[in-house]
Design a protein around this ligand. Sequence first.
Ligand code: GLY
Length: 293
Amino acid sequence: MNEPISISTWSFGIIAARAVVKAFREGKSVLDAVIAGAQAVEDDPSVTSVGYGGLGNSIGTVSLDAAVMDGKTLDCGAVAGVENIRHVASLAKLVAEKTPHILLVGKGAEWFALQNGYPLQTLLTPETVALWEKNAHQMKVAEPWTHDTVTVLGRDAQGNLAGACTTSGLSYKLPGRVGDSPIIGSGLYVDNEAGAAGATGVGEEIIRIVGAQFMVEQMRQGKTAQEACELAAKRHHITAKRRGKTPVSVAFIAIDREGSVGAAVTTHSAQFQYAVTRGEQIEMFQGKVVIEG
Ligand code: GLY
């Protein structure tokens, strides 16, 4: 039997990785294991780009986006622009389970959370209020090392795939701005018959290339997870060049049907680390930098 595996974005992927290992040990499904990983990061206020302790938008409000997808059934759910609810990855799962819809936004998503017993909570911390006040006049987006989405992909011992992603999005974003994370196919896509893929970084550029679905289709056609990630990074460079723009920081992760993992990042500016679990083992890696299309 294969060991369960997972891959989680950024250095704080280690927080997710520990929770995923624990969840698999407890016999949770691969979907619940990746959500447990995402939720562990949502709960950690030291991560200023996810959940509790996420940085505010241009008017200082923390607004969260999340998505989940089950590769066996293709069930998926997402929420966007959610305020005062911390556990948006599990909320995205409830959208998939309890509604005929895939994406709930803003007040509707918050109402749905309250109906399902989620508490209203402040997502700001004294540290993020101070950070916001220091930087808001410049409307600076978060530095690469302070962001971004935690995307967690997993594969269980039977080869079932699942993914979850959760983020407060670009800091100092315009109110109402939604990135790639809750857009199924952009920030996340999972299909047992092809692979699991997710993204992190500047959401607008991930949406432009429909990054996660692009990678899954590459794997469907026989590419490895690593090849699919590198092709997505190249796709961003090609797109940026065609538009006369400078490439931005975007990173991709994937797991293919055989259980190989992959990761690639588009610029040197982001020190893109990721965590991989195999059974009880957790290892950190540096994403391969792909700088040309
Ligand atoms: N990748 C997260 C965002 O752009 O919102």
